[in-house]
Design a protein around this ligand. Structure first.
Ligand code: GDP
Ligand code: IMO
Ligand code: MG
Length: 454
């Protein structure tokens, strides 16, 4: 069977930890979109792994697949694999031949576009990993795919077509001087070698075929979504989004398995008990922004409750896994979760970070919004309309800090009563059962209510 793990908010909900939590029952863990913009954390017995491209199942020794929907920077992939090997793991990663390749010029163009947008305060706040420009080339039918790295003649031909275009774009449209990132000969040499390593280590696969064969053999496959529903290119708050589909449908298109396979399994929404966001865009329930990080949305609560935001940021260690940027913090946004539940079809949810909120007198949620004098329960389609939403808050009594390790051991009934009331409210609003509760970063600090593989 399959279990799909999807971020229900704006990324960093603790997806990596949940993949690891249930990963024991999985044989294969596949990523279906995104690239090294992701930063997934697994903590096992105090040892922390931060994974960008290698699927989080690697910590438990599971086979990892980067599906066709991913964009792969081979430099960071091999660096991560080597690093994990140095740390005593033995990652077995297969990469779809259909996945697109991130080149150094994509990263440069990512930075150039952000810089250009910053003149009008409209930058997205990307991770700078070249994600957008690579998906642009994919859609523009000029991308280089993993399969092309294995065929030097094809690689050279494609680079000869695309690189001069990119160079002119940088120089003539944006007026930026280019360097070796646009040098065909050196790109060819470097990427040809990556192709050789992919071949030597037998890493290139037809992802759909590979996964279908494993499922036919009765194995369990987990799909590890990167990012989250609200930064999905279609269902997120465009243009403050990433360039792929983290939502559950992406697990089908991004692996080469059918929607029936994905929908026939479980789809688990990962929910952070509050809200964080790195990068720009509105955030109606924001507690306090990071000054300068909300272009165009300065009125969106920045500074309103900075002290509380800072408290939660420090308690939760809310700094970007990839870029180290401080994350913006807000109360749970329930219209956002209803939107995510519909777009993904959650069969269950995992709610993380309830330990971080412990000790507060009260915990609020944005239950609905006021928009033009009307009460609305889900997210409007345009970012401008979303920015105009005023949350209607509900207040829950806070819960005490406690020995969370003991809670994890004893199970759901040991979760403080007020936290259970909060969890049950969320579960009802998204119409999905709580499968797990995160009470700390470590694998052992999770309350498992139900294992979706069982
Ligand atoms: P991902 O991108 O969704 O995999 O999430 P990240 O790894 O970027 O960010 C989640 C952070 O919260 C990581 O540092 C995790 O170790 C940590 N974390 C995950 N679940 C919990 C939890 O229940 N409580 C606490 N305190 N930390 C958690
Ligand atoms: P994980 O998988 C949080 C955000 C960036 C930016 C926007 C576009 O760890 O949850 P991009 O570099 O993708 O073009 O940036 O998306 N973003 C993430 N935010 N977690 C992530 O991944 C993210 N990946 C991208 O901050 O706002
Ligand atoms: Mg992350």
């Amino acid at each position: 069977m399959t279990v799909t793990i999807v971020g229900s908010q704006l990324g960093d909900e603790g997806k990596g930890g949940v993949v690891d939590l249930w990963g024991d029952a999985a044989d294969v863990v596949a990523r279906y979109q995104g690239g090294d913009n992701a930063g997934h954390t697994v903590v096992e017995g105090g040892t922390e792994y931060k994974l960008s491209l290698v699927p989080s199942g690697a910590v438990r020794g599971k086979v990892g697949v980067l599906g066709n929907g991913c964009v792969v920077n081979p430099a960071t992939l091999f660096e991560e694999i080597d690093d994990l090997r140095d740390r005593g793991l033995d990652p077995d990663v297969r990469v779809a031949r259909r996945a697109h390749v991130i080149f150094p010029y994509h990263r440069v163009l990512d930075g150039i576009e952000e810089e250009a947008k910053s003149d009008s305060d409209s930058e997205v706040g990307t991770t700078g990993r070249g994600i957008g420009p690579t998906y642009e080339d994919k859609a523009g039918r000029r991308g280089v795919r993993v399969g092309d790295l294995l065929d030097p003649d094809v690689l050279r031909e494609k680079l000869e077509y695309v690189v001069p275009q990119k160079q002119r774009l940088a120089e003539e449209v944006f007026g930026v001087e280019t360097g070796e990132e646009f040098d065909i000969a050196s790109l060819y040499e470097e990427y040809r070698r990556y192709g050789e390593r992919l071949a030597e280590e037998d890493m290139a696969v037809d992802a759909g075929e590979f996964l279908a064969d494993r499922l036919a053999d009765g194995e369990n496959v987990m799909f590890e979504g990167a990012q989250g529903t609200l930064i999905d290119i279609d269902h997120g708050n465009y243009p403050y989004v990433t360039s792929s589909n983290p939502t559950a449908g992406g697990a089908a298109t991004g692996t080469g398995l059918s929607p029936g396979v994905v929908g026939g399994g479980e789809v688990v929404g990962i929910v952070k008990a509050y809200l964080t966001r790195v990068g720009s865009g509105p955030l109606p329930t924001e507690l306090g922004g990071v000054v300068g990080d909300t272009p165009g949305y300065d009125e969106q609560g920045e500074g309103e409750n900075e002290e509380l935001a800072t408290y939660i940021r420090e308690e939760g260690g809310e700094y970007g896994t990839v870029t180290g940027r401080p994350r913006r913090v807000g109360w749970l946004d329930v219209p956002m979760l209803r939107h995510a539940a519909r777009a993904n079809g959650f069969t269950g949810i995992a709610v993380n970070h309830i330990d971080v909120l412990a000790g507060l007198d009260e915990v609020k949620v944005g239950h609905s919004y006021d928009l033009d004098g009307e009460e609305v329960f889900t997210i409007p389609a345009t970012t401008e309309r979303w920015a105009a939403c005023e949350p209607n808050y509900r207040t829950f009594e806070g819960w005490e800090d406690t020995d969370w390790g003991r809670v994890a051991e004893e199970g759901y009934d040991a979760v403080p009563e007020n936290a259970r009331a909060y969890l049950e409210y969320v579960s009802e609003e998204v119409d999905a059962d709580v499968y797990a509760v995160g009470v700390g970063p470590d694998r052992e600090e999770s309350v498992v209510v139900e294992n979706p593989f069982e």
